[in-house]
Design a protein around this ligand. Structure first.
Ligand code: NAD
Length: 367
């Protein structure tokens, strides 16, 4: 979903795989095809230095295969740094299934996909992402143990989204502490863009804290539902980016901070759940820094979900999940301070720490 800003022509100019704009020293890319079920999927394994590559499966109706490949390359890379900065012993991976999750997803297709995951012998472990539900992970579990995010009734940690939302809330509070000197969000005007699984949980935390929450989504029914449940205000304008607000929380698509939007954004803080929010992380991270907008790196504050599924592998309990997720607050503050002191973008400061952890482990492994 991040590829919408890179035209197919641009993507097709580069060499097919290793020359892709988003290729970043990925270890392995696996193309999965099954005529009988209609499965066309790509599994991207970015890095396994810290552990098996864990990351969700996204089913999306991509315009073409270039976009799907670009998405899996970007998303799997993001997972490497997300786990590294969160202190988990996991590498980065992700899978995309090309197709419409509403009309083309069948149990047979999911089982066939699970067989491909199984063929990698645990080097890649899958989980839920956009277009997937906990039941789909249960179906994958029928053919492979290399899946997380399965139902609690089947021994899993269940839906990770509420924990992701809690982590985003923690990261947002830390950003507020950094920007305003207080992490109290009461009376702050906060725009949540995308009120799906994670967005809804975030809205609930924010409303409970007394923030002035405005919601935006392309799904009108959903907007009405969330308004009546939590009393949030539905955004009525047509350019959310130009609205004056304290905090912008992107919780829908990636790459909403791009050449087109970046100079219109009025917020003091950007803190949300969406993966790959910066269309071009160096360029757009720098502009945010210059404009004095505090950006809480997405891969840092949306790590609650991976913490939740990691519990299934490490057998730790709910309390430990909450403790680790609350720690996102401390890590976010640390990164924001570090970026300020070293005059770096917040994204670069977070990446440096994540990379350092991977390099240290690599050195230890080679001894
Ligand atoms: N679910 C998790 O635990 C988790 C973990 C880490 C990151 N994320 C990321 O957070 C984001 C949200 O995840 P989710 O599980 O809530 O997904 P979801 O599919 O449940 O919700 C996405 C919502 O965004 C809305 N939307 C789509 N396009 C939009 C647009 N142009 N403008 C406004 N709204 C739009 C959809 O209608 C939907 O309500 C995704 O980018 C996902 O990759 C999710």
């Amino acid at each position: 979903m991040t590829s919408e800003l890179i035209s197919s022509k641009e993507l097709a100019k580069a060499d097919p795989v290793f020359g892709q704009v988003s290729f970043d020293d990925h270890e392995q890319i696996v193309f999965c095809n099954d005529k009988d079920t209609g499965l066309k999927a790509i599994i991207g394994i970015h890095n396994t230095v810290l552990g098996p590559a864990l990351g969700g499966t996204r089913m999306w109706n991509y315009n073409n295969e270039w976009e799907a490949l670009n998405d899996v390359l970007r998303l799997s890379r993001g997972m490497t740094f997300k786990s590294a900065i969160t202190g988990l012993n996991l590498g980065g991976g992700k899978a995309v299934i090309i197709g419409d999750a509403k009309t083309q997803k069948t149990p047979e297709l999911m089982r066939r996909f699970g067989e491909f995951v199984h063929s990698l012998s645990g080097k890649y472990i899958t989980a839920e992402d956009v277009g997937m539900a906990t039941e789909d992970m249960d179906t994958v579990r029928e053919v492979t143990p290399y899946v997380t995010g399965i139902s609690e009734s089947k021994g899993g940690a269940g839906n990770p989204s509420p924990i992701t939302a809690y982590g985003v809330f923690m990261g947002m509070k830390a950003a507020a502490k950094f920007r305003y000197g207080s992490d109290v969000l009461e009376d702050k005007s906060i725009f949540v863009q995308g009120i799906g699984h994670v967005g809804e949980g975030l809205v609930e935390h924010l409303v409970n804290e007394g923030a002035k929450v405005t919601i935006a989504d392309i799904n009108q029914e959903r907007l009405e539902e969330i308004r009546s449940k939590y009393g949030a205000t539905i955004y009525g304008g047509n350019d959310i980016y130009s609205e004056p607000m304290d905090i912008y929380a992107p919780c829908a698509l990636g790459a909403t901070i791009n050449d087109d939007t970046i100079y219109r954004i009025q917020a003091d803080i950007i803190a949300g759940a969406a993966n790959n929010q910066l269309a071009e992380e160096n360029k757009h991270g720098k502009i945010l820094q210059e404009r004095g907008i505090v950006y809480a790196p997405d891969f840092l504050i949306n790590a609650g979900g991976i913490i939740n599924v990691y519990a299934e592998l490490e057998n730790y309990d709910r309390q430990e999940i909450i403790r680790k997720t609350e720690n996102i607050y401390n890590t976010t503050l640390e990164i924001l301070d570090n970026a300020k002191v070293n005059n770096l973008t917040t994204n670069a400061a977070a990446l440096n720490i994540a990379r350092e952890r991977i390099e240290t482990r690599k050195r230890e492994n080679s001894k």
